[in-house]
Design a protein around this ligand. Structure first.
Ligand SMILES: [Zn+2]
Length: 487
């Protein structure tokens, strides 16, 4: 009797499951149809997007100077019917493009700045471009293009009456050290959103599940007295001495700060000639730690070292804050949604020519290449921290609204970010293929979020729990964007 009962229950369960599979509820059917439409649209736009990405790869404009790159994105968004506000938050190359109205409102972040000193041809050997400085070593030419394209795919669904709400594409300049998004967060441009979606070029396909380091950076300027270095050295006070004294003190400090801290510096001005006592010298510092609070405390100690150095060398010191970013808050509710969509989209596969490119590039890596097959796959969702991380101004956005992102395999697996190899691959179809994975995954995730209010509600609750009673305060204070920080 008992066995019959269980058998009967199993049958009921099986038949109701079968029903679920064959008869989708209208909302699920609509969501699936919208996802198919978005994939079709992005696939059709791929050739045009490839052209855009490679054009921006070629522009290779550094932080806050991304005039042509931002203009190209703005042009495409306007042509697609978006209302675009430019010069947002006092930054000429920042923009906010909006389509639709009311809630839900989903934001998609776009970046487009390049890195100085990395100009490189799109070939599998080190080949700097003569007369050119910057290169897209972080793949932001792909980043911006995929985000604009995903936004346009969502716009098409809103225009066709298949989705309700607002889609926004945020043009975010100067991610590399300029903290561009922090000024946008400070200006409140994310305040009426429900969620934010972003991505980043990488050598794997994975949803971002680990945080980033909070970071505060500044340029310390020392002013001394110049004099003939041989005839009248006693008349001089060396600003370079002050920089060296400061660096020495900070280097000793490393033993007495939490070991997860990262401090790095470059001397951006050390004087002009050995026979002149330098009356000006400058050093550019980054202070990073997983926790925002620790960054603030350690940064203040670095300032003390600078003050001490000035005192001991008879110089004066002032410092300009350049950047400051929060750690990145992970939203597991949104990460799960994105994971499902990334798995639906899948990884990339290489043609024979691309395989040959990868094989030529792999021996140039500092570490053993994991093999190109890893780019064909999607990493399972995992919250285990693997390796070290950098910093991102997306961190500040994640403190404004529930935020989710992915990494798309745009580089030959094993490629380090900010390398000539990353620039080279970003200029080939290996890069643009990975870009398509990202644009599709972001569009599908936006469709889910705009179709299911429960997801937004759950993500918002999780976001509120993560924030607790912390009141957002930009690490860089109330400074204006350092629009010339790359000069
Ligand atoms: Zn980057």
């Amino acid at each position: 009797m008992k066995h019959f009962l269980i058998f009967g229950l199993v049958l009921i369960a099986l038949s109701s499951n079968a029903q679920k599979k064959t008869k989708l509820d209208p909302n699920t059917a609509m969501v699936n149809a919208n996802k198919e439409a978005a994939i079709k649209s992005l696939t059709e736009h791929y050739e045009a997007d490839k052209k855009t990405a490679l054009q921006i790869w070629d522009f290779a404009e550094v932080g806050y100077k991304e005039n042509k790159s931002a203009a190209l994105h703005v042009q495409h968004l306007k042509e697609a019917g978006f209302t675009v506000e430019t010069g947002v938050a006092g930054i000429p190359t920042a923009f906010v493009a909006t389509y639709g109205s009311g809630s839900p409102a989903i934001g998609i972040l776009a970046e487009y700045d390049a890195l100085p000193g990395l100009a490189q041809n799109a070939v599998a050997e080190k080949s700097p471009i003569a007369g050119k400085n910057a290169g897209h070593g972080c793949g932001h030419h792909l980043f911006g293009t995929a985000s604009v394209s995903a936004g346009i795919a969502i716009k098409e669904l809103i225009a066709a009456g298949k989705l309700k709400g607002t889609v926004r594409v945020y043009g975010c300049p100067a991610e590399e050290g300029g903290s561009g998004k922090v000024f946008l967060v400070r200006a409140g441009v994310f305040n009426d959103l429900d969620a934010v979606i972003h991505w980043h070029p990488d050598d794997v396909n994975a949803v971002t599940t680990t945080s980033a380091l909070a970071n505060k950076s500044a340029k310390f300027k020392f002013y001394g007295v110049s004099a003939h270095a041989a005839a009248a050295p006693d008349q001089g006070r060396s600003a370079l001495d002050a920089v060296e004294a400061m660096d020495h003190m900070v280097n000793m400090m490393r033993e007495h700060i939490p070991q997860e801290t990262r401090i790095h510096y470059v001397i951006t001005n050390g004087g002009k000639a050995p026979n002149v006592v330098p009356d000006f010298a400058e050093v550019y510092y980054y202070v990073r730690h997983p926790k925002r609070k620790d960054v603030v405390e350690i940064f203040d100690r670095v300032v003390k070292a600078a003050e001490g150095a000035a005192l001991g060398t008879g110089t004066t010191m002032k410092y300009d804050i350049i950047g400051g970013t929060h750690d990145l808050l992970i939203n597991k509710t949104l990460a799960e949604v994105m994971q499902t969509n990334l798995e639906k989209v899948g990884g990339v596969s290489y043609t024979e020519t691309e395989k040959a490119f990868a094989q030529k590039l792999e021996p140039t890596f500092a570490t053993q290449a994991p093999g190109i097959e890893t780019a064909t796959k999607v990493k399972p969702l995992s919250y285990v921290v693997e390796g070290n991380s950098g910093s991102t101004d997306v961190g500040d956005v994640s403190y404004a609204k529930p935020t989710v992102g992915l990494r798309g395999a745009t580089w030959v697996p094993g490629t380090a970010a900010h390398s000539w190899q990353a620039v080279a691959t970003g200029g080939t179809e290996i890069g643009t293929k990975g870009m398509l994975v990202a644009s599709k995954t972001m569009a599908l995730t936006a469709i889910d979020l705009m179709s299911n209010p429960i997801l937004i509600q759950k993500a918002t609750e999780e976001f509120k729990t993560s924030i607790g009673d912390y009141k957002y305060k930009a690490l860089l204070g109330d400074i204006k964007p350092a629009l010339n920080y790359r000069d």
